[in-house]
Write a protein that binds this ligand. Structure first.
Ligand SMILES: Nc1nc2c(ncn2[C@@H]2O[C@H](COP(=O)(O)OP(=O)(O)OP(=O)(O)O)[C@@H](O)[C@H]2O)c(=O)[nH]1
Ligand SMILES: [Zn+2]
Length: 206
């Protein structure tokens, strides 16, 4: 993430901008709106802390996803590469509370065997998770970035998550889990390839 190191003033980061001072003012205002006293002992540093936390939680707004996958190499491997159980923490864009779970990401490289470092796949999940999100878009964005950068024969992404907006408020169903998938290329066109990958993913998550 490229950020202007100064804690004061806007942080320019390519596409989006994080304005620390503005975020602090907004948190203070929210506390006042909730009937709290932001000047009492325990809350004095809260606006600053919350602003910093949001910078971290939305870090993915300030990094170009294509940079994450810039390093690719040809490995003459044209069969499935599957990374499962990648921990994922994101923020529901409707309520700004967390949803969290795991992501499973697989792809079949193209004829040149173009692959990327395994950690880059987890970095990609992190990058898209660290934005105001909905689970469906998060899942598709991960798949589409891999298609863009690796031109693979196929991509499959499965995300399983619990939404705290459904657990701690609203409908109050703690433990309810949502599964989303995005399939591209051969995983979309071939039911056999898709079910083989899904069997591996399900086998890992039982
Ligand atoms: N499809 C989808 N819906 C989500 C996601 N995260 C939260 N939601 C839903 O977004 C909806 C927002 O609904 P609204 O009726 O506008 O908001 P609300 O009155 O707070 O809704 P309740 O949560 O039912 O109290 C809720 O049904 C949430 O469960 C997500 O990642 N994907
Ligand atoms: Zn929500």
């Amino acid at each position: 993430m490229t950020v202007n190191g100064s804690r004061r003033g806007p942080l320019y980061t390519g596409g989006s901008v994080f304005d620390q001072e503005r975020a602090e003012r907004a948190v203070r205002e929210l506390l006042l709106a909730c009937g709290e006293n932001p000047d009492r002992d325990g809350l004095q540093d809260t606006p600053q802390r919350v602003a910093r936390a949001y910078l971290e939680m939305f870090a993915g707004l300030y990094t170009d996803p294509d940079e994450v996958l810039d390093r690719t190499f040809d490995e003459c491997h044209d069969e499935l590469v599957l990374v499962t159980d990648i921990p994922m923490y994101s923020t529901c864009e409707h309520h700004l509370v967390p949803f969290h779970g795991t992501a499973h990401v697989g792809y079949i490289p193209n004829e040149q065997g173009k692959v990327t470092g395994l950690s880059k796949i987890a970095r990609l999940v992190d990058l898209y998770a660290k934005r105001p999100q909905v689970q469906e878009r998060l899942t598709s964005q991960i798949a589409d970035a891999l298609v863009r950068k690796l031109s693979p024969r196929g991509v499959i992404v499965v995300v399983e998550a619990e939404h705290l907006c459904m657990a701690m408020r609203g409908v109050r169903k703690p433990g309810a889990r949502t599964t989303t998938s995005a399939v591209r290329g051969i995983f979309r066109s071939s039911a056999t390839s898709r079910s083989e990958a899904l069997a591996l993913i399900n086998g890992r998550t039982k």
